[in-house]
Design a protein around this ligand. Sequence first.
Ligand code: NI
Length: 191
Amino acid sequence: MGIRPIIKMGNPILRMNAEVVRPEDVHSLISVIPDMITTMREAKGVGLAAPQIGISLRVIIFEIPSSRATSVKGDQPCGIQVLINPKIDPLTSEKELGWEGCLSIPELRGEVPRYTRINYTGLDAEGSPVKSYATGFHARVVQHEVDHLNGILYPERMVDLARLGYIDEFAEAQETQTLKNDITRDGNDNG
Ligand code: NI
């Protein structure tokens, strides 16, 4: 199928708790995962969750470009990663604020607190176990995508809704240096 339509905030599927994929059903995702990758890249996103293409299963993908992996020492870029039934284990109670966008909430950006260091686990596209560690932007993207599986969109995580707005207006006003840097770097901070 290739590129699939991305559903937007307001669609009830985005509010649902997505279903766990049974190990024996991993192979049935063979048509879904390539479409998720194509759809994410076409939309210039760094992450996508299956519910965003209307499939309420616990599957996420993400890809951290080197341009977005430099904010924290040790925060490595990450090639395309498929994660089925992902689980997050925060390694700290510390959270930091950072700007996020979402392909299901086009044109908006908001400042969201996220854990700075996490372990995460799940299954890859072949059903093999994945265990990894992430910091900074990488950790942020994983938390954003796993939230999608629990029916949570990033504005619900925000502590100050005054920090929610349209990216072109922020860019115009040069609202924050951080966001401006992100926009000018590559703009692909949607998940
Ligand atoms: Ni999103």
